[in-house]
Design a protein. Sequence first.
Length: 188
Amino acid sequence: MITDFGEDDHFVASLKGVILKINPSAQIVDITHHVPSFDIMRGGFILFSCYKYFPAKTIFLVIVDPGVGSSRKILLSETKDHFFIAPDNGVLSFVLESEEEKQIREVTNHNFFLKEQSKTFEGRDKMAPVAAWLSKGISPEEFGPEVRDYEKLDINKPLRKEREITGVIVYIDKFGNLMTNIPATMFN
């Protein structure tokens, strides 16, 4: 799980409760709940930086959502080795750009949502139950239709001009290290 909820309130515990009520044998790993509020780029970069180190069939629940309660979609993406559930706001951009094999679905099947729902806690009422049902073996096709159009972060690609490479800082860690969108493969 990656969220911007922090750990001082009931939000994270509510997500875990929903998941464990549906699948008591689920293993829940907290990647972080300290993404700055609504910082989609940071949440997406944190996910991108660690998802490949998790076992095959891991389900990543990513809730960094400035559009909660709006008409934006909820996505379920299946790649060669992993599943990702997140709002359609660009938070999956880094991962989906790096994965060649992917299937992306809009989560629309209300049968997998909580019966009582809040307009402002879709993470608990829709996304966490979908993660739990997916962990019990429900096929991704059951959750909704495949989509080809989804939100992507607007990050300029790194450019090389003679002996110069221009990129963008996408993340600053707690030690002050600057991470850019320039891949090591651009350096010969």
